[in-house]
Design a protein around this ligand. Structure first.
Ligand code: PBG
Length: 337
């Protein structure tokens, strides 16, 4: 007996893929300008826009130019900027005192931006690497990155940043216990409303290279950061890090880098359900830009695809150097190039 085989597939997934309106109608995840945090590098001077070699399209900005960037962000409906300093090497010391100078670059920039564009959010990194002559996130003595001594420095740094008007503090140093110390200090000093987005699952990654150039820390860095940043082979440990940080008072958590760690983003969101962010770091940005510049990929398409992937993995938002370009595309605004 011959078997009757239906000549037609009963399910046709392609029906909902035929037209753009249908694809949009059934799309599960979409990117919005409201999901974006735009990292900006600040340097001294006036009217300075200094391109960063390894980050095509990204520049170090003097504070007046950063204020213009904040105005641009507001016009593009980007809710928040993350400011990073390019610190004069002469100000770097073994104890990183410049980190808690109320008038350091990021604190001055925060005040200037808040005065000009009050509704834009400002996030500041809590870590010593831009200020430390050893290039490490913590205080180094006898070749050792000291945990508890570093906590005292981070507490001072965090308080100076909150006082400057930062809305979100992003401890990116990976010292143990830092979220608890910073949260307690904020509460004790009338900064109970300052939010903490912890760099909870921050990996010891090769993808930070261009950033370290941008903040001038790569020349200074002695050794590597494997003694405090996470091992790329670990997944369950990221969940423990997030649990610690939440129990110590973090409001939001971050996974970093982004694209190679989408599995971690998904597990964190599924396990804790808290606001979860990913940092699409400098090396990820540089790879996409470099391949596009060589004509090997369509850069804008790869950018949108990579950022949509974060939403699909469960992220609420993304820190990305692409932020202004993505926002222009999402809002149908003209691009500079
Ligand atoms: C510093 C810090 C780093 C980044 C953000 N904060 C670098 C590092 O840990 O060495 C990397 C961001 C990027 O690569 O875009 N604590």
């Amino acid at each position: 007996m011959s078997q009757i085989v239906t000549p037609f597939p009963l399910r046709r997934a392609r029906r909902t893929r035929r037209t753009e309106w249908m694809r949009e109608m059934v799309r599960e995840h979409r990117l919005s300008t409201r999901d974006l945090i735009w990292p900006i590098f600040i340097r001294d001077g006036e009217n300075v826009t200094e391109p960063v070699d390894a980050l095509p399209g990204v520049s170090r900005l003097s504070i007046d130019q950063a204020v213009l960037a904040a105005e641009e962000a507001a016009a593009l409906e980007i809710p928040c900027l993350a400011l990073f300093p390019y610190t004069d090497p002469a100000l770097k010391t073994p104890e990183a005192e410049e980190a808690w100078n109320p008038d350091n670059l990021v604190n001055r920039a925060t005040r200037a931006i808040k005065a000009a564009v009050p509704d834009i959010g400002i996030m500041l990194d809590v870590a010593l690497d831009p200020y430390n002559s050893d290039g490490h996130d913590g205080i180094v003595r006898d070749g050792e990155v000291l945990n508890d001594e570093t906590l005292l420095a981070l507490e001072k740094q965090a308080l100076a940043q909150a006082d400057a008007g930062a809305d979100i503090l992003g401890p990116s140093d990976m010292m143990d216990g830092r979220i608890g110390v910073i949260r307690q200090a904020l509460e004790r000093n009338d900064f109970g409303q300052t939010a903490i987005m912890s760099y909870s699952a921050k990996y010891a990654s090769a993808f930070y290279g261009p950033f370290r150039d941008a903040v001038g820390a790569s020349g200074a860095l002695k050794g590597d950061k494997k003694g405090y940043q996470m091992d790329p082979g670990n997944g369950a440990e990221a969940l423990r890090e997030v649990a610690h940080d939440l129990s110590e008072g973090a409001d939001m958590v971050m996974v970093k880098p982004g694209m190679p760690y989408l599995d971690i983003c998904q597990r964190v969101k599924a396990e804790f359900g808290v606001p979860t962010f990913a940092y699409q770091v400098s090396g990820e940005y540089a790879m996409i830009r470099a391949a596009a510049q060589n004509g090997w990929i369509d850069g804008d398409a790869a950018m949108m695809e990579s950022l949509t992937a974060f939403k699909r993995a469960g992220c609420d938002g993304i820190l990305s150097y692409f932020a202004p370009r993505v926002a222009r595309i999402l809002l149908d605004e003209p691009l500079d190039d």
